[in-house]
Design a protein around this ligand. Structure first.
Ligand SMILES: Cc1cc2nc3c(=O)[nH]c(=O)nc-3n(C[C@H](O)[C@H](O)[C@H](O)COP(=O)(O)OP(=O)(O)OC[C@H]3O[C@@H](n4cnc5c(N)ncnc54)[C@H](O)[C@@H]3O)c2cc1C
Length: 425
């Protein structure tokens, strides 16, 4: 194997982009990935379809990044979504734009994105090595090599620059177990505490488990903080689970629920957002009179999914065997109010392993925003979810990975040019 100029650690979205962009600048690049195949997390993105970016301006991307968006200003101006789309199209991946400007491969196959990157790495003669990086070696304070393995099984890769792109702590089965956090900390970097984001929520309300598996489409979820301020309100799909709430709407909402240790949140679901109170009342009256002689649990079947009916009735204190014609005006009012505002208590997020995104990571004030180079260790670069940046759903997290990956790859290649590379392992 030829001695690499640059070693990229982590063959995810950010690492592969960094390796491609460094190699396109003429650098000799080695990519170390602990899994046998690169892009394992990419494979499961967008439910296997990979929402590769969002068809919007860099400004709009930044508006979807609640944490450290300013740090990404240069990277996103240099690598906006339009560049990413052009990049993949030029590698032969046809793309399409869906609702909310979400960009997917036209084939609906995330494997097409991985293949495009993999074959580009091959074309550029990037060496892909399978193994787990254990340390970054320094000489005179700067990077001079990367080590893989443990004890007597150590393999060393002398290099002039290293890009750390090991991801966060979410979905550890994909290889992202936080190694980069440890490596960065060992090199003197501050690692901001990791928290789960885009994550399902736990609820102490026992009715969630009773409705396990029930998916509600086109409902509106409103989240308020302890001061009763609305922090999130959107329409979409929600899922009841044995532990509480999940589904796209809940994952999106979780990114707005900063810190459960300092703040309390309440969720409320509008089960009938298309109907205002008057229209819903008219509908209730219609259904109740049409089924006047039937039991309430029977009549309610026309208004709500089967699993929801007993919970609705129980929460408003109406026995399921009560005849519809016996319903009082107050009971109908309570039912209507519950349809429009179905409260669910939430106690916190599910563990970080179940989160789509890890919030926290390498402190961005210690990283140069143009090149992603460490301000502490010359020759060390960072990219992707390992950094303390994260975004809402919609392709924005991968957009961050592409933009920081490219900045780091090109930054590392430029660093080689600026240094004579006399450092030896
Ligand atoms: C289920 C799911 C669906 C998602 N869907 C989308 C979506 O549709 N759109 C979107 O924008 N975002 C999505 N995301 C988020 C997105 O996948 C991540 O933000 C993105 O993959 C981060 O890229 P990364 O390269 O920084 O990290 P990763 O993709 O996590 O890659 C890091 C790589 O480093 C390797 N590695 C770790 N430690 C070492 C080591 N010591 N030595 C060698 N290799 C190592 C890992 O094996 C891994 O391959 C989704 C996430 C999940 C979990």
């Amino acid at each position: 194997m030829n001695r690499p100029d640059i070693v990229v650690v982590g063959g995810g979205a950010a690492g592969m982009m960094a390796a491609v962009c460094a190699a396109r600048q003429g650098a000799a690049v080695t990519l170390i990935e602990r899994n046998r195949k690169v892009g394992r997390k990419l494979y499961i993105t967008g439910k296997g379809r990979c929402n590769v970016t969002n068809h919007c301006s860099p400004e709009e991307v930044r508006a979807n990044i609640p944490r450290n968006a300013r740090f990404l200003y240069s990277a996103l101006e240099h690598t906006p979504p339009a560049w990413v789309e052009e990049f993949f199209e030029s590698l032969g991946v046809k793309l399409k734009v869906e609702r909310g400007n979400r960009v997917f491969p036209a084939s609906d196959k995330s494997a097409d994105i991985i293949d495009a990157l993999f074959f580009e790495l091959k074309r550029l003669r990037v060496t892909i090595v399978n193994g787990r990086t254990s340390s970054i070696c320094l000489r005179d304070g700067g990077v001079c090599g990367v080590e893989m393995g443990e004890g007597t099984g150590l393999t060393g890769f002398p290099c002039k620059a290293a890009v750390l792109a090991t991801g966060g702590l979410s979905y550890p089965a994909t290889g992202s177990t936080g190694d980069g956090h440890r490596l960065a900390a060992e090199l003197g970097h501050t690692v901001v505490d990791s928290r789960p984001s885009l994550v399902p929520l736990e609820s102490p309300d026992p009715f969630c488990a009773r409705m396990q598996g029930l998916a509600l489409k086109n409902v509106v979820l409103t989240v308020k903080n302890g001061k009763k301020k609305t922090v999130f309100q959107e329409q979409g799909e929600l899922l009841f689970t044995h532990f509480g709430l999940s589904g796209p709407l809940v994952l999106s909402a979780s990114a707005h629920m900063g810190d459960f240790e300092k703040e309390s949140y309440t969720c409320a679901i509008d089960l009938k957002p298309a109907l205002d109170e008057a229209a819903l009342d008219a509908r209730l009256v219609r259904e109740l009179s049409a089924g006047a002689n039937r039991d309430m649990d029977n009549v309610m079947g026309t208004l709500a999914p089967r699993l929801l009916v007993p919970v609705l009735l129980e929460r408003v204190g109406i026995p399921g065997n009560k005849k519809a014609h016996d319903l009082t005006k107050q009971e109908r009012r309570r039912l209507l109010e519950l349809f429009k505002c179905f409260p669910v208590a939430v106690s916190g997020p599910r563990p970080i392993e179940e989160a789509i995104i890890t919030s926290g990571g390498v402190k961005v004030s210690e990283v140069d925003p143009k090149t992603m180079q460490s301000k502490r260790v010359p020759g060390l670069f960072f990219a992707g979810e390992l950094l303390d940046v994260d975004a809402y759903t919609g392709g924005f997290n991968l957009q961050i990975a592409w933009a920081t990956g490219r900045a780091a790859g090109e930054g590392a290649a430029a660093y080689l040019g600026e240094n004579d590379g006399s450092k030896q392992f």
